[in-house]
Design a protein around this ligand. Structure first.
Ligand code: SF4
Ligand code: SF4
Length: 418
């Protein structure tokens, strides 16, 4: 029998709406030193943090408004581990279905110390008693020393390798979270500026292969790719990040032409690894971003940021359409009436995968339900898009829609061998 949530979802889709997603930046404090991020510990600005009580008000409102996905991000959320655990429990009690959080990995330092395994066991056990669905661990490079230098966190890779089997024992399957950058495959593998596009493509192909091989060997069963969040120099946008996870450092600043090659390389690499590790990144989203950067923006669907998806900033406690439209302050989340938002999706100003990927995947479904004629015409005009979308959906099903509380089903993944 269909659940109330699934009936509600069906109605949402018919109304042209996607089940809501809220990202709560619990704090902008961090102990990492990442060059790709404006929240690194070396940046001088006044740090902020929510109180548990304020976040509980947001969760209550989210739950009442039918929000199904809620993420706790930072900064580094696990600087406040007890509070984050309490809030995960609270969100679970409020029936939020998809609860996510993650760490930069600092908790995996000192893995040779007495008590490391017990500490990880305690964390894994505490998380396993909540309804947390996904737990991410950031990894920036296929080279341990490069990753650790970038993060400023020595010894974490060894700790992650030790910790993963413990998490798995408790039924938690963490995802490696790659923030795509020029060190993805290791230091010096990607030039600081593209001179030949075929070479640049090949360099990134190799970097992605190295990276996926590396995280599989570490013991991860799931991986995601965060698209580089730096506004490229060629485009004139009015974006003003409220989420500090962006930087103009060359390590993540790519020109439009470079981005096309990065996304092409990823699009071509993913199928080789889909049978080996559960890989979130949808092919259809990459295909659309490539088209957009090639000047065919009509191919990709607009982002649901500010309509179904929201970002709540640690800095002022207010809601924004996303982490990058910092001039569109929507006020306190608990004062918003999400269902009455009439604006239609329009924005394609950045590549933030948290919002762009689901907007593309589910947006296509909405169009097919609400505008079948347009849907048929689009299908006919762009058969590759339809083919990739179908592949993605089949793959998502084989991955239990990336349920981080379930082990991968190897038999199902095997079908995606190429
Ligand atoms: S990317 Fe994450 S770990 Fe690195 S400085 Fe930013 S918030 Fe901290
Ligand atoms: S595309 Fe989405 S995430 Fe990017 S600026 Fe627009 S609303 Fe924000």
């Amino acid at each position: 029998m269909a659940s109330i949530a699934s009936i509600d979802n069906a109605f949402s889709l018919i109304r042209g709406r996607i089940p809501g997603q809220v990202i709560i930046q619990y704090t902008d404090s961090c102990n990492g030193k990442c060059p790709q991020c404006g929240m690194r510990v070396t940046e001088q600005f006044k740090r902020s943090k929510f109180s548990e009580e304020e976040v509980k008000k947001i969760i209550d409102a989210a739950s009442k408004q039918g929000v199904q996905a809620l993420s706790f991000t930072g900064g580094e959320p696990f600087l406040y581990d007890e509070e984050i655990l309490n809030l995960i429990r609270y969100a679970g009690d409020c029936n939020i279905e998809y609860i996510r959080t993650g760490t930069n990995g600092f908790i995996f330092r000192d893995s040779d110390s007495l008590g490391f395994e017990d500490k990880i066991k305690r964390l894994a056990e505490s998380l396993s008693r909540t309804k947390l669905r996904n737990f991410w661990i950031s990894i920036d490079s296929a080279e341990p020393e490069t990753h650790e230098r970038m993060r400023g966190l020595t010894g974490v890779i060894k700790g992650i390798e030790k910790a993963l089997p413990i998490f798995h024992e408790f039924g938690i399957y963490p995802a490696a979270n790659l923030g795509i950058n020029r060190n993805t495959g290791g230091i010096g593998k990607i030039p600081s500026k593209m001179s030949d596009k075929n070479e640049f493509y090949t360099d990134f192909r190799n970097a992605f292969k190295e990276f996926y091989g590396f995280v599989i060997n570490l013991g991860f069963t799931m991986v995601n790719a965060c698209y580089p969040m730096s506004v490229d120099n060629d485009s004139k946008t009015d974006l003003q990040a409220t989420y500090g996870a962006t930087s103009t450092d060359n390590i993540i600043a790519f020109s439009k032409e470079e981005k096309i090659q990065v996304f092409k390389a990823l699009l071509d690499t993913i199928p080789e690894f889909r049978s080996k590790i559960r890989l979130f990144t949808p092919l259809v989203s990459l295909y659309s971003l490539i088209k957009q950067y090639e000047g065919h923006g009509e191919h990709c669907l607009p982002c649901r940021g500010g309509i179904d998806f929201f970002f709540v900033s640690a800095k002022d406690g207010n809601t924004y359409p996303c982490g990058y439209r910092g001039t569109d302050n929507m006020g306190k989340f608990y004062n918003l009436d999400v269902k009455s938002i009439k604006e239609k999706p329009f924005c394609k100003k950045c590549d933030w995968e948290c919002f762009r990927d689901p907007s593309e995947l589910i947006g296509y479904l909405i169009n097919s339900i609400n505008n079948p004629l347009k849907f048929i015409i689009k299908n006919e005009k762009d058969k590759k898009y339809r083919e990739l979308w179908k592949k993605d959906i089949n793959y998502y099903r084989a991955c239990d829609f990336f349920d981080g509380r379930k082990a991968p089903q190897q038999e199902k993944l095997k079908k995606f061998e190429v």
